[in-house]
Design a protein around this ligand. Structure first.
Ligand code: OGA
Ligand code: MN
Length: 210
């Protein structure tokens, strides 16, 4: 049983478990309510306005480089020892989700890393997978979207490919505020399609330590 103070609706946890087990991904609308999503969006925007977001890089270590044609977002990592107020809400809930998924699906998720991401209008993130070649720590990818009143014709979908070949089917998830996408990091190619307006999100990865 969940404690009364648990921020989750029991049915959304059950839904996540069922969908992850069945298909390896889950899309949960209204995982965060409009107020919490708006606070997170405001914080992301304030950081951006203060010049605290940086153009994202592709790869890491010696292979790290900025390549806006591959990836056009601006990001900032959360620092778990210095979380701003809205970030704390996010962090607490995602940790509760991590513990719940460990208990129910035995995923063995040890920790979480998360970053704000802001895609200026017209930018994209080309098809990729969320694991580095030399590191298999990322088990479960998550994206929480922070854009109130998104219209699908504004673009900006996360396109999740349901198989490895170029022509495999896909699902498009639109970045409406409060929607949480979860998927197994090793299994799914995905890309961010360009949008006609700015697009805010928090990308989080649940990791397993070696
Ligand atoms: C990523 C990513 C998807 C999104 O940051 O690796 O794929 O919808 N983000 O923002
Ligand atoms: Mn990704």
């Amino acid at each position: 049983m969940l404690a009364a103070a648990d921020p989750f609706k029991t049915d959304s946890l059950k839904y996540i478990e069922t969908e992850l087990e069945r298909s390896g991904y889950a899309v949960v609308h209204d995982f965060f309510d409009a107020t919490d999503s708006a606070l997170l969006a405001a914080e992301c925007r304030a950081l951006h306005d203060a010049g605290e977001l940086r153009p994202a890089a592709v790869g890491r270590g010696d292979a790290r480089s900025e390549q806006a044609h591959i990836r056009g977002d601006h990001t900032r990592w959360f620092d778990p020892s210095a979380l701003a107020p809205a970030q704390s809400t996010y962090w607490t809930r995602m940790q509760a989700l991590r513990i719940h998924l460990n208990r129910t699906l035995l995923l063995g998720l040890d920790d979480l890393e998360a970053q704000y991401a802001l895609y200026p209008a017209g930018t994209r993130y080309a098809r990729h997978r969320d694991r580095f070649r030399d590191d298999d720590a990322r088990i479960l990818s998550s994206v929480l979207y922070l854009n109130a009143h998104w219209c699908d014709d504004e673009g900006g979908a996360l396109r999740l490919y349901l198989g490895v070949a170029e022509r495999n089917p896909h699902v498009d998830i639109y970045p409406e505020s409060g929607t949480l996408l979860l998927f197994l990091s090793v299994e799914f190619d995905h890309e961010v399609l360009p949008a006609s307006r700015e697009r805010l999100s928090i990308a989080g990865w649940f990791r397993r330590c070696a």
